[in-house]
Ligand binder design. Structure first.
Ligand code: ADP
Ligand code: ZN
Length: 222
């Protein structure tokens, strides 16, 4: 089963994907995480990608698409996978359909997370991530802070703010790209009948973990 996480920055895509992955056992494939890992390890792919990620721009498809295709071919992704951060444009969605088709697979479910704009910016500014690349846990200093300030609950490594989360220009750019390039995917997947829109907001007291819980239950009942 191929699941895609859709939704603007800060809606909790990573949290939902991580929880489903933990409980079902399918890998969470986050393009942003793969880029950040390569950037911290200074691989060729990382050096190339950082030119774009630093500014909040999309990394070109020539780099991104083969990277995802390779990851989807790993043994651990054969039964199912949760894509988090890909596709981000109609072109990427079409390329994904093509690569899945080669293996007689398709996109089965698209979880579209929707959060009010003011809440999104606030969440991006208060987001913190674990510096341990094997852990990558995310926190929010207001909504779910770590037990000990600045330290990851899961592995004890220091937490930090992502470079693109501390730069207001990069935040603005990412939200603009989301509106312009990524949001048309809602219509794309609506037409395929696979979209499921979930409102996530403190206002209605429904957060990523609640969405994940519902979806895991449904998958397990199938
Ligand atoms: P966010 O959704 O908060 O912007 P991600 O962790 O998903 O952050 O991605 C971080 C950066 O990695 C993006 O700003 C972009 O530069 C790059 N990136 C991630 N996924 C893609 C993708 N599918 N296509 C192109 N660039 C991507
Ligand atoms: Zn950690």
């Amino acid at each position: 089963m191929i699941i895609i996480m859709l939704g603007a920055q800060g809606t909790g895509k990573g949290t939902v994907a991580g929880l489903i992955s933990e409980q079902i056992g399918w890998p969470q494939i986050s393009t942003g995480d793969i880029f950040r890992k390569n950037i911290s390890e200074k691989t060729i792919l990382g050096i190339e990608a950082s030119k774009y990620t630093e500014k909040g721009e999309l990394v070109p498809d020539e780099i991104t698409v083969p990277m995802v295709e390779d990851r989807l071919n790993w043994e651990d992704a054969q039964e199912g996978a949760i894509l988090d951060g890909f596709p981000r444009t109609i072109e990427q969605a079409e390329k994904l359909d093509e690569m899945l088709k080669k293996n007689n697979k398709k996109v089965d479910l698209v979880i579209n997370l929707v959060t009010p704009k003011e809440e999104i910016i606030e969440r991006m500014l208060t987001r913190r991530v674990c510096t341990n690349q094997e852990c990558k846990a995310t926190y929010n200093i207001k909504l779910h802070p770590p037990v000990k300030e600045g330290i990851c609950d899961k592995c004890g490594a220091p937490l930090k703010q992502r470079a693109d989360d501390s730069d207001p220009e990069a935040i603005k750019k990412r939200l603009e790209i989301y509106e312009e390039k990524t949001s048309p995917l809602v219509e794309y997947y609506k037409n395929k009948g696979v979209i499921r829109t979930e409102k996530v907001s403190v206002e209605i007291n429904r957060m990523g973990k609640d969405v994940a819980e519902d979806i895991v239950k449904e998958i397990k009942n199938k």
